[in-house]
Design a protein around this ligand. Sequence first.
Ligand code: GLU
Length: 480
Amino acid sequence: MSVRVRLAPSPTGNLHIGTARTAVFNWLFARNQGGTFVLRIEDTDRDRSKAEFTNNILDGLTWLGLDWDEGPFFQSQRFDLYDRTVQTLLDKGLAYRCYCTPEELSALRESQKAAKQAPRYDNRHRNLTPQQEADFETEGRVPVIRFKIDDDREITWDDMVRGPVKWKGSDLGGDMVIARAAKRPDVGQPLYNLAVVADDIDMDITHVIRGEDHIANTAKQILLYEALGKTPPQFAHAPLILNQKGAKLSKRDGATSVSEFREMGYTAAALANYMALLGWSPPDGEERFTLSDATAKFSFDRVNKAGAKFDWDKLNWLNSQILHEMPIDALLDRLIPLWQTAGYEFDPEGDRPWLERITATIAPSLTLLPDAVDMTRSLFAIDVEFDDKATKQLQGEGVSEVLEAVAANIDNSLNSEDEAQAIIKAVMKEKDVKKGVVMKSLRAGLTGSLQGPDLVQSWLVLHQRGLDKKRLEKAIAMGE
Ligand code: GLU
């Protein structure tokens, strides 16, 4: 039987990094096995599901290169299937209507709490007589539908990540609600576990790959498969994503949704690469790869059980590697909109050779795309602002003479790194100063700061716009 996996996000928020990592594992496994990757949007919760979140999820998956083969299917269009499934369970006597009121259930919880017991439903409406049901209905109570879970059941499965897993029926909280608002003859609004099993059966899903937070649901779902006379799929529970302190990754850790990472300036290639490493390691130990490179190497044997700690340094490293190796042309195309938003003045077409030179100058220093905005501020600016350290440098003994000598050597033919180096050498000789002095003074004078991308390249960029001499004149005046 060919492999069929699914990603089943709920559109109640933007594409979460945990869901995206689950998507990566599903995608890698499907592609490794020559299988099918199905996308199903779990939007049965009408109040919390929003079209904008669905769009965010689809955009995020597409941006990451996680293409799906079937779908997106929407659970909100599949209620008939869930109704039929609930009805089947009622007909088989494996589910029933429970008429407990919220007050009764909270009183039950309180008494369990007082007795230091775990909260659970005590199955009190499991065996109501038709007369009792009719009486509750006359009272106007609206039932839910519960699926019977016997306490003495033992549920086991061989998890592709965790190995053999065992659950006791008594740990599942009593008979579980599978549909709400089930006033006869309606079978109500289906809940998560019911809809998932109905869909996974209907869509012939062979492997359910999802986060470890669903492990108790898996035990419940296995009982539903059994009740419906179906063989459960195989399950793989990927480890949770944790912060550096070992707690679940949250907003406070910086970012949790794919769109936030994108806005921060991470590339899709780096984020996808990094997500694959959140819980998995390739057998050859190579940490840099594209998702398509990884398909051949992927297996659940190398997925960890332990939580995966989110390592910003590694993600930053991957992103910087990808930016450093990107062709200048492609990198420039990504930088142009950022520079435009920053209000820098240039002609994206006519200035292209100059822009390429700027891009090449800063490419080796980039970690995130938006770093390029600050790094190039002094290259785009018409006038230079000197910061405190640069001012101090320019006011140093003999610095203006050094810069005067540089300025005197600049002519219109300056175009290459060699020519710029030759000027620096000549000034060292003429003024009898060390190279460091010339470089530091030149950096302060040309860029207004003592830090920045490659100095000689920055100089050439400024020279191309005829700005280097003007800046040096201003810098010389600072020292006088
Ligand atoms: N809608 C569920 C979620 O977003 C899907 C879990 C599953 O894969 O079954 O967590």
